[in-house]
Design a protein around this ligand. Structure first.
Ligand code: F0G
Length: 457
């Protein structure tokens, strides 16, 4: 078998600034050991997120020049709307400046105190937007999805039995909608099977609860279905995506992921009343319904990105290049969530640093080590991001302690990824020298963005 090469050539490049380990020590300390507070110019390989970091194609850049900047009824809006409708089939399509803006509007309309929103796993902004309205966000991931070292095809699946008991327990009238996140970002970028989406929909229908898909990485999810689910091996990605969305009553999407753009998103649904209420809020917070906080050129780039993302050579390279990094790490004994996810490798910090307890943030310790060793920026998805305190101030850690190496789309080459694996393996070899951290500042919500640490001696 031949090497799977990047299915593109590079027309425009950005320089990388190299730093020394001594410089990185100071940079890290100044940033309070929080990668979100490091200047991008001080980063060698940036794996903080795959969101808004894609390289756009020549075609998308050409589309940028075609953007129609009319306030109302812009051509670019209709092109965007047609592209979203072709894939999702939704009746009402509302542009937003990014995914969380769609969430904010949806949950302002549907949330509120006493309500529950179940999901396989809510992303942090989704959870925050639900909780902001006084509603409760509930994760009902299947058990296998919680065990990093066990390989399974669809570890993002929702536990359908648990969903049904949950609805019975809380009452369908208190559950305004159910969500399913594809792929499951917080649970390791793991896909959800078509069968699971279908079964979740059946339970939702039984209790007349609308199903919304958080579609950030829908194309990666569709490709995994093609690779792993019987009956889909010969289906085009577009058809698989259309079937996934056929089970949904609504969609939230951050176009910064699988629409290959640097900004944008949308909220879509079939229910007219929800759409009217959402549009009214959109006008207050985002803008007129034919631009929703975006420029016409952004809508144009999304429309083109949504076509490019469905190309199989792209998805083949995409999924394989993430898997390639995963294989290199596994070969060196580095514990990761298996199998590798669609957009990222997730290091299992509990097994990487078994002696650092959750309240000393083992994931954060690895994040700092990767930056120090090689200028790689990653992010902790564990006790820093999802840790909570109970009424008595006791710390409650989440199920998993992870470090995410998110791979931006079409940005890094195989040699960049080889370098990443070398740095991670080096950190792993030196793991016995890594220490825990303590928090010296934290915000009341989404604390990981601004938190500051000090190493524990
Ligand atoms: N849902 C999922 C599954 C996400 O991964 C994200 C963003 C959002 C919603 C919110 O979208 O950023 O456009 O407002 N995830 C990024 C990440 C930030 O790094 O995983 P947004």
């Amino acid at each position: 078998m031949k090497t799977i090469i990047e299915p593109f050539k590079i027309k425009s490049v950005e320089p990388i600034r190299f730093t020394t380990k001594e410089e990185r020590k100071i940079i890290l300390q100044k940033a309070g050991y929080n990668p979100f507070l490091i200047k991008a110019d001080d980063v060698i390989i940036d794996l903080l997120t795959d969101s808004g970091t894609s390289a756009m194609s020549a075609n998308q850049w050409a589309g940028i020049m075609q953007g129609d900047e009319s306030y109302a009824g812009s051509n670019s809006f209709y092109r965007f709307e047609a592209a979203v409708r072709k894939i999702t089939g939704m009746k009402f399509i509302i542009p937003t400046h990014q995914g969380r803006a769609a969430e904010k509007i949806l949950f302002s309309v549907k949330g509120g105190a006493g309500k529950y929103i179940p999901s396989n796993t809510h992303f942090d902004t989704t959870r925050a937007n639900i909780e902001f309205t006084g509603a409760e966000a509930v994760d009902l991931l299947n058990e296998i999805g919680k065990i990093p070292e066990v390989r399974a095809n669809f570890k993002g699946n929702m536990d359908v039995d648990q969903l049904e008991s949950f609805i019975r327990e809380k009452g369908a009238e208190n559950i305004p909608l159910c969500m399913i996140t594809i792929t499951n970002n917080s649970g390791g970028g793991q896909p959800v099977s078509m069968k699971n989406i279908r079964e979740v929909k059946a339970v939702c229908s039984k209790y007349s609860i609308p199903l919304y898909i958080d579609a950030c990485r829908f194309a990666e999810n569709a490709y995994f279905i093609k690779l792993r689910e019987p009956g889909y091996e010969n289906k085009p990605i577009l058809e698989i995506a259309q079937e996934m969305f056929s089970y949904a009553d609504g969609v939230t999407m951050s176009a910064k992921k699988d629409a290959l753009v640097n900004i944008g998103g949308f909220l879509a649904m079939n229910d007219e009343e929800t759409a009217m209420k959402s549009r009214n809020l959109l006008i207050v917070t985002e803008g007129f319904p034919t631009y929703g906080g975006l420029a016409g050129r952004d809508l144009e780039a999304i429309a083109i990105g949504l076509e490019e993302i469905l190309e199989e050579p792209y998805l083949h390279y995409r999924i394989r290049s993430v898997e390639y990094l995963g294989e290199k790490l596994l070969k060196a004994g580095v514990p990761i969530i298996e199998p590798p996810g669609g957009h990222a490798i997730y290091i299992d910090a509990k097994r990487f640093l078994p002696d650092v307890p959750p309240d000393q943030y083992p994931g954060q310790s690895i994040v700092c080590s990767l930056f120090l060793e090689g200028g790689i920026r990653s992010v902790e998805i564990g006790s820093v991001m999802f840790g909570r305190y109970d009424e008595n101030g006791k710390f409650i850690p989440p199920d998993m302690e992870l470090v995410r190496l998110a791979i931006p789309r079409r940005v890094y080459t195989q040699s960049h990824i080889d370098y990443v694996s070398e740095v991670v393996i080096e950190s792993f070899k030196n793991r016995h020298a890594l220490k825990g951290y303590k928090i010296v500042y934290e915000a009341p919500m989404l604390r990981h963005f601004t938190v500051k640490f000090e190493p524990i001696d």
